[in-house]
Ligand binder design. Structure first.
Ligand SMILES: Nc1ncnc2c1ncn2[C@@H]1O[C@H](COP(=O)(O)OP(=O)(O)OP(=O)(O)O)[C@@H](O)[C@H]1O
Ligand SMILES: [Mg+2]
Length: 482
């Protein structure tokens, strides 16, 4: 209306100036202010535009009638966004804001170093003037954070390894990455349900604990030590943790690291929201063979792979490693989880087990009865009620004594997964056989112990007798002399 009025009333020279004037007048009296976030900012892609698009994709379901759907490469979910020239209301801390997605055709292809898209896209954010500070100070940061979160959740996890030794790739990174698609989750993990929920709660507390760690002055990190016999699900647990929190995994191969400084570089190149894993820590550094060369070196000095070569400068030390889990370096980069696994907790250096180093020690044990129920459900689709109580009771009676790992149990179940009845029978047989074997073994052990004890006794008795005899003979000799 203003424009047609201007056309009729003013000569062309005056039109532009008066349009500007009306605009200013309108802005002055309007209680709103507007922010344009364009897709391309000069020649660079505007990060904020992508972030807003992602952010709106999470809240768009609430009020939009017309949404555009998209699915990214390697992504497992569909995201939706605002269609062209549509609006959406969002609220943040009780303040209402309005987003509009504006798409216009680019007038003419202006010169640029890279081809620009034909359409000019942008978001316009409308807020009340009184809320301007809130939007500029925290709402846009909130949008950025949420967008990063969504991106992380939608993206595939990555699994990093340092298997190339100390060499760097073309971009100067010491880590190599592959998409991480391990299907293990806490649902599929067979372990005591109460222990499982405890671990899950602990992980969630950690992931949501930024302010707690800040408040208490602690570095935002947590350490878990998983220990137990092979095949009890230590690696599966790590995968479940990563899938649960949506973290990437850094699988640190200590035998490929030569020096402490190399270790430091590797750890500095890890990103936050990640799990740093050292598997079989008792094997990767030989903690029992310490260098005790007159205090020249730290007493924790160890050589990768257990080749304890005193002259070698290529040593990583346990203290160097602990510096990262515990010391000053541990806070470079936040939100990290360290997971160490071992089959022999008794072989570990007490320094590693000291409280505060590894926050939680998790014992992955042989398949228990509750774990078995999870496996039966996962592999055969059996609920507890699907099986006869007598069979369940038989399982329960034999489970502990059998000492069978979840890996062994699942192998029997996989082998017979087409014939569920047979799977149950075969598993029960296998368990009983193991239990019997273990019983025999323990009897044998007890017998051996008794035999050993008796032998020891005899060994102690013999010198006593002989010394008694000697004494008697000496006494006799003495009498003779007298
Ligand atoms: N607790 C469990 N729940 C479900 N599956 C399990 C469990 N433990 C083992 N398995 C199965 O057995 C296989 C081997 O387990 P996993 O590699 O996690 O054992 P591990 O404890 O890491 O053994 P190792 O000490 O040899 O590294 C897995 O592929 C998984 O399918
Ligand atoms: Mg493992």
């Amino acid at each position: 209306f203003c424009q047609s009025l201007l056309h009729t009333v003013f000569p062309p020279e005056l039109r532009f100036a008066s349009l500007k004037f009306f605009n200013r007048l309108f802005n002055y009296f309007s209680s709103y202010c507007y922010y344009d976030i364009t897709e391309i900012d000069g020649v660079n892609t505007n990060e904020l535009y992508n972030a807003v698009q992602l952010y709106l994709s999470s809240s768009a379901s609430i009020s939009g009638n017309r949404l555009s759907l998209s699915r990214g490469l390697n992504s497992s979910s569909i995201t939706f966004g605002l269609s062209n020239n549509d609006r959406l209301i969002d609220s943040y801390k009780n303040v209402t804001v309005e987003w509009e997605h504006i798409v216009t055709q680019r007038q003419s292809q202006t010169f640029s170093w890279r081809p620009l898209p034909e359409e000019k896209r942008g978001f316009t954010l409308r807020v009340r003037k009184k809320n301007k500070h809130l939007v500029l100070n925290s709402y846009l940061d909130f949008v950025m954070d949420r967008a990063n979160e969504i991106r992380r959740i939608n993206q595939d996890r990555l699994l990093y390894t340092n298997s190339r030794g100390g060499s760097l790739d073309s971009r100067g990174h010491p880590w190599e990455s592959v998409p991480f698609k391990h299907p293990s989750t806490f649902d599929t993990l067979a372990m005591d349900p109460s222990k499982k929920t405890e671990i899950m709660a602990d992980l969630l507390d950690f992931a949501n604990g930024e302010s707690f760690y800040q408040k208490t002055g602690r570095a935002w990190k947590r350490g878990y030590l998983l220990y137990g016999p092979p095949g009890t699900g230590k690696s599966s647990m790590i995968a479940a943790m990563a899938n649960y929190l949506g973290y990437d995994i850094y699988d640190l191969e200590l035998t490929e690291v030569n020096t402490n400084s190399e270790l430091r570089k590797l750890l500095m190149k890890t990103s936050s929201k990640s799990i740093i894993v050292i598997e079989d820590i008792d094997c990767s550094i030989n903690l029992t063979n310490r260098n005790n060369n007159g205090g020249k070196k730290n007493s924790y000095d160890v050589v990768p792979g257990g080749n304890n070569n005193e002259d070698s400068a290529n040593t990583i030390t346990l203290s160097g490693l602990l510096n990262f889990t515990d010391g000053l370096w541990s806070c470079c980069g936040s939100e990290r989880i360290f997971v160490f696994t071992t089959n022999h907790i008794d072989k570990l250096d007490p320094a590693l087990l000291r409280s505060g180093r590894m926050d939680m020690h998790i014992h992955m044990s042989y398949c228990s009865f509750p774990s078995l129920k999870i496996l039966l459900k996962n592999y055969l689709g059996f609920e507890e009620s699907d099986l006869e109580t007598a069979v369940m009771a038989e399982f329960e009676a034999v489970m502990e004594a059998a000492e069978m790992t979840p890996a062994d149990v699942s192998e029997v179940l996989i082998k017979n997964r087409r014939d569920k009845k047979r799977a149950i029978l075969e598993l029960l047989d296998a368990l009983k056989m193991r239990a019997e074997k273990n019983k025999l073994k323990s009897i044998e052990k007890i017998e051996n112990v008794i035999e050993d004890e008796e032998q020891e006794k005899r060994a102690l008795d013999i010198p006593k007798e002989s010394s008694d005899e000697k004494q008697k003979e000496e006494e006799k000799d003495d009498e003779k002399i007298q």
